[in-house]
Design a protein around this ligand. Structure first.
Ligand code: NDP
Length: 321
């Protein structure tokens, strides 16, 4: 039986994903009729599926698909993004929602986080930016002397925690549910957050954005961190209260923030983050879904669903991620 799959993302995404998805469906032995929405289609006359014919909907949760109620027979909505804060609360979405866990995206995030942790740990900027001729022979401490805390130790956070631990950093993690990860100090709950922040000389935010995590890094929490701590945020912009972070940077409580994600993206060119000397802005490039591996994840989930097996990476709608 042919499975009807509708693809709702940008035209550029369709160009990148069409071949990879078809390859991945074939590898899973699935017979799929894959079609784009008119917005994703390369031409006006590209055939699409009517919502009532769609078995699975693949989408980027960028708000372009706002009403899921006509998708009566759709068995799952498969997000190409890890962050689903723009789609999970949609009241018309009654179908199971699957978020993206892509091994290549994880790989990219580990590289971004490790690179920026090492930059701050080694004080690389001091030498890269100062070639004035002043000889200041101060060796950096060892990684084993630099505690790093990661808030959110899910698919991405745990991989980063393990990579940093592999470099000898003492790593603390914090999550909603209690976790045991060999070699990582794991905390949960409100008190656990204070414990996790107390030692955080470098703090990495890899939480999803939900009603429980919005503004989680605020004046109170920033004050719990060691003076001069560094923050890396590749999670979501609204995890941080921006005004509180700017005050903490101005007072020296936080010595540097490297921010990849923002409440408004692109970050407006007059935003203080651009001009603040202790802030590094990267334009939401920490990592991204890669079409070949992401297509394999999508195809595997459709195969599982067709075989009556539980879907992988199902979003808990109550928790919002
Ligand atoms: P996961 O769902 O796998 O992990 C989320 C982690 O956050 C889990 O450990 C979870 O706890 C924890 N968490 C969630 N809510 C709370 C809470 N209220 N209190 C404490 N801990 C909480 O997500 P991923 O690791 O795949 O992705 C994390 C985020 O990274 C995404 O949501 C997205 O926003 C961002 N991202 C950014 C990218 C970029 O390029 N900048 C690229 C990809 C993702 P528990 O383990 O108990 O469930």
């Amino acid at each position: 039986m042919t499975i009807n799959v509708l693809f709702s993302a940008s035209r550029r995404d369709w160009n990148v994903y069409e071949t990879e998805l078809l390859k991945a469906f074939a590898a899973q032995g699935l017979s799929v009729d894959l079609r784009p929405t008119p917005r994703s289609a390369p031409r006006d006359d590209t055939p699409t599926h009517a919502p009532r014919e769609v078995d699975y909907l693949i989408c980027t949760p960028d708000g372009a698909m706002a009403d899921f109620s006509p998708f009566h027979r759709t068995k799952a909505v498969l997000s190409l993004w890890a962050g689903v804060e723009n789609i999970a609360p949609n009241p018309t979405l009654t179908q199971p929602l699957v978020r993206m866990v892509d091994p290549s995206m994880t790989e990219g995030m580990v590289e971004w986080v490790t690179g920026h942790v090492l930059r701050h740990h080694l004080g690389t900027d001091r030498h890269v930016l100062d070639q004035s001729g002043a000889w200041r022979p101060e060796a950096p401490p060892l990684a084993r002397e630099r505690p790093v805390t990661i808030l959110g130790i899910g698919a991405l956070g745990q991989a980063c925690a393990e990579a940093l631990q592999g470099l000898n950093f003492p790593v603390t993690g914090w999550s909603r549910s209690q976790k045991t990860i060999p070699g990582i100090d794991c905390y949960d709950g409100a008190q656990g957050l204070s414990m996790a922040l107390q030692s955080a000389e470098i703090l990495v935010l890899l939480l999803p954005l939900t009603s429980a995590t919005e503004n989680i890094i605020n004046a109170r929490r920033l004050a719990e961190m060691p003076k001069g701590a560094v923050i890396l945020n590749p999670g979501r912009g609204a995890l941080i209260d921006d005004a509180d972070l700017l005050s903490a940077l101005d007072s020296g409580q936080i010595s540097h923030a490297t921010l990849d994600v923002f409440r408004i993206e692109p970050l407006p060119s007059d935003h203080r983050y651009w001009s603040h000397p202790q802030v590094t802005v990267t334009p939401h490039i920490a990592s991204e879904t890669r079409a070949p591996s992401a297509s394999r994840m999508v195809a595997e989930n459709i195969r599982r669903s067709e075989n009556g097996e539980p879907l992988l990476n199902l979003v808990n709608r109550d928790a919002g991620y």
